[in-house]
Write a protein that binds this ligand. Structure first.
Ligand code: ASP
Ligand code: MG
Length: 423
């Protein structure tokens, strides 16, 4: 038993939706989860903001209506989404009238994308459309709904087991009985939950690339799709724009030991990337990310001091800055952030230490469970990078990633060298 989730680009045009239908039919998939048609969620959010500012949202709605009607017409379907359009207009008129856009109203607004796209695919496949509002029971954290697995499991099994269904991704019901959404990109999360509660053998995430690659193909021609990787490796890569999946969203499937496969709707013959909850033993990928700043914090008081590091992190947390890579010595802490460091942060840190900020850097990261057996890897790595000035190094506890920092302008060259050394 399979659960297949199709993303926004797969649902983007009449043509791509036909490709989705072909995949579903050829593979005999009975449980389908869909995203909104591409760009629709962003467009809905924008319209909510325009309505709130009493601007002209009607035009935006007309464009959205036209887009969906054209898809329906091109697919030759006998389907009307008029009721949705009408509700959508009422909702936006209401937002404009009261001059308020609550978190719950915003989620209701965002839910229209998946509700409409799922109607289209269900009609094309002659499957039953299932609204997440009826089966995905959540708490009240609008915009980032947390799913109640027990209730959801019962409801999903009752509505979907043994049937052919197209389920709205991203959409659920809050405990107060309102529409709620599961966070941006949340259709993957729906897919994982459905797979988990139905005990699927595999969760397929159908997207517009052949899978996760071992390097950026724009940088190295020889970059390849990885046939297999562990969940841990996928999680490490997610930070580096290998955004094919967000680790949090597939967690429910991984916890139930359900394999997750990334596949390409536009090239269905490609084997894709299989993500498993089993550690591998090789090196998988090298990536980089620019726009990184190092903050070096030194203090002689750090020696044998208690709570010093906590104090540093507290400053970043209070300023809502996420700290990524960390390295410490006895009297200094180096950390990286991917935003400019606000003057207020520097001032606060300077109250108890000396601060030095280095900007325009890049993180380069070599990922693979095989790093665990790191004998030789570090030596080979740094020998290959002999000509470069490495600013900071971190070999994390997971032992599946070696991260180091270089000047942003050297990032590409360094990444290529690492690729040529290990792949
Ligand atoms: N449509 C939603 C979004 O754009 C959910 C998804 O596509 O997974 O975030
Ligand atoms: Mg997506």
């Amino acid at each position: 038993m399979l659960v297949a989730k199709f993303g926004g680009t797969s649902m983007g045009t009449a043509d791509s939706i036909r490709k989705v239908a072909a995949v579903v039919k050829e593979r005999g998939i009975e449980t389908v989860v869909v995203s909104a048609t591409s760009g629709t969620t962003d467009q809905l959010i924008k319209m909510g903001e325009i309505a709130l500012a009493a601007g002209d949202w009607a035009q935006g709605i007309d464009a959205l209506v036209q887009k969906h009607d054209e898809i329906i017409e091109e697919l030759g379907l006998d389907l009307s989404l008029e009721e949705y359009y009408e509700d959508l207009r009422k909702l936006l008129a209401g937002i404009e009238m009261i001059g308020e856009l609550s978190a719950s109203a915003r989620d209701r607004l965002m839910s229209f994308g998946e509700r409409m796209s799922s109607e289209i695919l269900a009609e094309l496949l002659d499957y039953e459309q299932v609204n997440g509002f009826d089966v995905m029971f959540c708490d009240d954290s609008y915009g980032e709904g947390e799913v109640d697995f027990e209730r959801t499991g019962e409801a999903v099994r009752e509505r979907c087991e043994g049937k052919k269904v197209v389920i709205t991704g991203f959409v659920g019901r809050s405990s107060a009985g309102n529409y709620i959404t599961l966070g941006r990109g949340g259709s993957d999360y729906t897919g994982a939950i459905v797979a988990a509660v139905l005990g699927a053998e595999e969760l397929q995430i159908w997207t517009d690339v052949d899978g996760v690659m071992n390097c950026d193909p724009r940088l190295v021609k020889e970059a390849k799709v990885l046939e297999e990787m562990s969940f841990g490796e996928a999680s490490e890569l997610a930070y580096f724009g290998a955004k094919v999946i967000h680790p949090k969203t597939i967690q429910p499937a991984i916890e139930q030991n359900i394999a997750v496969r990334i596949l390409n709707t536009f090239n269905p013959a490609a084997v894709g990337t299989l993500i498993k909850d089993k550690e591998g033993d090789s090196l998988k990928s090298v990536t980089y990310k620019k726009g990184i700043t190092i903050v070096n914090i030194c203090s002689s008081k750090l020696l044998n001091a208690r709570g010093f590091i906590a104090r540093i992190f507290e400053v970043f947390a209070r300023n809502e800055i996420s700290v990524d890579v960390v390295a410490t010595s006895e009297v200094s802490v180096s950390l990286t952030i991917d935003v400019d460091v606000p003057a207020a942060v520097v001032n606060e840190l300077e109250e108890f230490s000396t601060v030095k900020v280095i900007e325009d850097l890049a993180i380069v990261c070599l990922v693979g469970d095989g790093i665990r057996e790191s004998r030789g890897v570090l030596g080979k790595l740094f020998t290959a990078l002999d000509d470069h000035n490495i600013k900071m190094v971190s070999l994390g506890a997971s032992k599946r990633n070696i991260t180091f920092l270089v000047e942003a302008e050297e990032a590409q060259e360094v990444t290529k060298k690492v690729f040529n050394t290990f792949f």
